[in-house]
Design a protein around this ligand. Structure first.
Ligand code: KG4
Ligand code: ZN
Length: 340
C-alpha cells in the first residue's frame, strides 16, 4: 500500500477526472469535468475527447491537489485508467500520470477501467457491512454491458455481455429516434413516466436463452418500425411516452432475465452489484432490488457519481491492487505498472 495519498486520473471516455485518496480509501479531494463539447454531435467524438482531456487535465490535477490541502511532494503514487476505452484519452491520462510519477520519483499504477468499476462497490461507505467476494457485477453504461463474477482482486470471470449495443447506447439511440437530446437515458426515463409500458409489444431479445449475453439492436429496430407510420411528421407526445415506457420495460425485463441466469452461473454470490450510467435508471433499480431480494441477496449500487466514470474508483482500485500485492508479498505484476 502506498505510504501516503495517491492521485488518480480517469480519461477513458468523456469525463476528465482527478481524485486524491488516503491509503485507507478516504477521498481527500475530487474534481470531475463532463465534457460538453460532444452534445452538438449527439455522441462522444474520440478525437475531441482526447484534445479536451489534454486541455483540461493539468489544471484539474492542480486544483484537485490544491483543494486537498496537500503539496505535490506529499503524493506517494499516481494511478490512471489505461484501458479499455477511447485510446486517445487513455494515452493523455496515462502519459500525464506517468510524467508526474517520474517527476515525483513515485510509482505509477496502471488501472484497468472495468476493474475500477468492478471494485467501486467496495469503497468505504458504499455498502454498510463490508462487501465480500464473490459478487455479481452488472456493468451497464454507454460503452459497457456485461456480467462479471467478481471473485477477488484480479479475479474476474466474464459471464456474458452484449453481442451488439451496450444498454446505454440503446437508450441513447432510442432517445434520439424519439427526438430527445443526448445523452438520452435520463431524458427517456423522464418521458417514460408519462407512458404506458404495455402500450407496445416489443421483443425481449435473448430472454430465456442459456448464458447471460445481451442484445439490444433488435429492440432499436422494433422501435424504428413503430415510428414508420409517422414519417417525418412530429410524433404525438403520448406515442413517444408510450414507446419510451415500453422500451424501458423491455430492457428491464431482459436484464432481469439475464441476471437470473448469471446468478445461477455463480457459486454462492454475496450480493448483486450494479454500476454504470444505466444503473441510475429507477425502473431498473427497483427491478434489481426485488430480484436480489428474492435470492436473499443485498442489491448494491454505488451512488450515481461513483456509478458513472470517475477518478475515485480508479484510485480505490489502485489501492486494492497494491494491498493485494502487499498481502502476497509480490511486486506489482508487470501489467499493472508503467504500461499503458
Ligand atoms: O457510465 P456512463 O456515465 O458513461 C459510460 O458510458 O462509460 O454511462 C452513460 C450512459 C449513457 O448511455 C446514458 O444514456 C445512460 O448511461 N444513462 C441512463 C440513465 N442515466 C444515464 N440510461 C437509462 N436511464 C438513466 N436514468
Ligand atoms: Zn466506464
Amino acid at each position: 500500500t502506498p505510504a501516503g495519498p495517491l492521485l488518480a486520473i480517469e480519461s477513458s471516455c468523456d469525463e476528465t477526472a482527478c481524485a486524491i485518496l488516503a491509503p485507507d480509501g478516504t477521498v481527500l479531494a475530487e474534481r470531475l469535468v463532463s465534457q460538453e463539447d460532444h452534445v452538438a454531435f449527439g455522441g462522444v467524438v474520440p478525437e475531441i475527447a482526447a484534445r479536451a482531456h489534454l486541455a483540461l487535465l493539468p489544471d484539474l490535477a492542480r486544483k484537485t491537489l490544491e483543494s486537498s490541502g496537500l503539496a505535490r511532494s506529499d503524493l506517494a503514487a499516481v494511478a490512471a485508467s489505461t484501458g479499455p476505452g477511447l485510446i486517445g484519452g487513455l494515452i493523455v491520462g496515462a502519459s500525464f500520470g506517468k510524467g508526474l510519477a517520474i517527476a515525483l520519483g513515485k510509482p505509477f499504477i496502471a488501472v484497468n477501467h472495468i476493474e475500477a468499476h468492478a471494485l467501486s462497490a467496495r469503497l468505504p461507505g458504499v455498502f454498510d457491512g463490508h462487501l465480500t467476494f464473490p459478487y455479481l457485477l452488472l456493468l451497464v453504461s454507454g460503452g459497457h454491458c456485461q456480467c462479471l463474477a467478481v471473485e477477488g482482486i484480479g479475479h474476474y470471470r466474464r459471464l456474458g455481455g452484449t453481442i451488439d449495443d451496450a444498454a446505454g447506447e440503446a437508450f441513447d439511440k432510442v432517445a434520439k429516434m424519439l427526438g430527445l437530446g443526448w445523452p438520452g437515458g435520463p431524458a427517456l426515463e423522464r418521458l417514460a413516466r408519462e407512458g404506458n409500458p404495455a402500450a407496445f409489444a416489443l421483443p425481449r431479445p435473448l430472454k430465456g436463452r442459456a448464458g447471460c449475453d445481451f442484445s439490444f439492436s433488435g429492440l432499436k429496430t422494433a422501435i424504428a418500425r413503430q415510428l414508420e407510420p409517422y414519417g417525418s411528421a412530429p410524433l404525438p407526445r403520448q406515442v413517444a411516452a408510450d414507446l419510451a415506457a415500453s422500451f424501458q420495460q423491455a430492457v428491464a425485463d431482459v436484464i432481469e432475465d439475464r441476471i437470473i441466469h448469471a446468478l445461477a452461473m455463480m457459486e454462492r454470490p454475496t450480493a448483486l452489484v450494479a454500476a454504470g450510467g444505466v444503473a441510475a435508471n429507477a425502473t431498473l433499480r427497483s427491478r434489481l432490488t426485488a430480484l436480489a431480494g428474492s435470492h436473499g441477496l443485498p442489491f448494491v449500487a454505488p451512488p450515481l457519481r461513483l456509478c458513472t466514470d470517475n477518478a475515485v474508483m480508479v484510485g480505490w482500485a489502485a489501492l486494492e491492487i497494491c494491498r493485494e500485492a502487499g498481502r502476497r508479498s509480490l511486486p506489482l505484476p508487470d501489467n499493472r505498472a508503467m504500461r499503458p
